[in-house]
Design a protein around this ligand. Sequence first.
Ligand code: GLY
Ligand code: MN
Ligand code: MN
Length: 532
Amino acid sequence: MKKLLFVFVTILLSSSLFSQENLPKDQLTPGFHKGRREAFRQLMPSGSIALIFAYPERTFSKDVDHLYHQNPDLYYLTGYKEPDGLLIIFKDKQGKGDTAYNEVLFVRKRDPRMEIWTGRRLGVEGAKSTLGIAKVLEGKDFPSFPLDLKSFTKVIAEPIQNDVRTDKSGYDLYGLMQAAEKKGLKTSDDNGAGEYANYLANNFDFSNLHMAKEYSNKLIKKNNSWEDNKDLLELLNSQDSVSYERTKARILANPSGTHIYNDIVKTLREIKTPEELDLIRKSARISALAHAESMKAIKPEMSERQAEAIHTYVHKYYGAEGEGYPPISGVGANGCILHYEENNSIRLDNQLLLMDIASEYHGYSADVTRTVPGNGKFSPEQKAIYQLVYDAQDAAISLCREGGSFAKVEKKASQILSEGLIRLGIIKNASDVSKYYPHGCSHYIGLDVHDQGHYEGLKANMVITVEPGIYIPANSPCDKKWWNIGVRIEDDVLITKTGHEILSADAPRKWQDVEKKASEKSSFKSISLPKL
Ligand code: GLY
Ligand code: MN
Ligand code: MN
């Protein structure tokens, strides 16, 4: 009787009760992910194999986990959103005839009783039908899956992580990684030294090696084990260009599996497909609309967290799952802390509020910053700094087009900021600009907020941020009228063949437009909740 009841409950739970209705219609399709796997396979060296693991689950408190976030690479290649997964891509077909395969996805098994607690699982059949992947097995089948990694020309994978927890089942992520190690997957025993040697060989010649020396020696000092990497030391200690080129050729002829993995991922993910652009457009627009709403609602007696909450409400209102990174809502001195995340100041007063907040929409993160005075009106000093950052951003954006480069965008922003700071009497020498502008101007966005890419020339269908800023903390060596002014303006820019498109343009950017928006009526201002 008990057994019958269990079977009945299992059938009930695995069918109608667990199917989902009314899901968003604009998710990436199985066809998209299949296309990405094909593109990945194209770039693999002949006779190689690639392993892509799910991200680990992380503890939030005792028996509660952080909201799970999939490894963006695995999501990109499969659409699988659950933990304890592993995708294997083979360059060549394995086996013969009808049963031949060139990819396998290992997934969590269905567990109706657990699914009542922790949510739906696709399981093998669900993964086949929902993700459109032909060969799907349960994680528990991986240890016995016939696979000798030593028989492949290259094993393309990130190093196995050593901080993954285990449920001791033997086939959670930890179990999958251990089984992979038994099959020949290497842990990163050189602690990244080989990867760094590859980077140097790829990016430097003997003539400009001196530019990398000081930084490289610092890294070697920091990572003791790097002193054991023969390639790296030989490269850095080359006495002439002939010996440098010889070592470089040797390193480049035999790149590590990790290097190949990163190279493929960067090549694919830096150029967005039309399906990805649709989602990034939405994410950027939603984030920009949230910034516009927060501008309308701003008032001196508002808290940093209340400002943040307007963004998160608007994101979810438009269907975003959440934010692409922890929201930064910092007023005055807090706005001068680049990655301020406490957001616990209870009043804005008339100081500048720097909001670096953006949504993650179906996996794709935008990255938008606006800086707004708490009372809706810039003071003369706030306005001077804001206008300078605006000018730097506008000039940098004008260089965004196919054929441009990150280096040119970076240089332009830095040049305008340094000239402006000298003009305002805040610095004396252009080289001091980094004191008040200590970060870069641009990065890719996508499935990661700091997305993967080679950071070389700009090409059509890349999406990058342009985000100069100036931060003048109290006690800086300048007139104290400038203290505690922190301004960043950050937009998401699509590179096109002929120029660019600002995807976050719905958030006002000119100081006049910010003030105008701040004077508009806000629905959030009329929200009235009981006093605590
Ligand atoms: N929000 C992180 C960044 O701007 O890079
Ligand atoms: Mn950014
Ligand atoms: Mn940002």
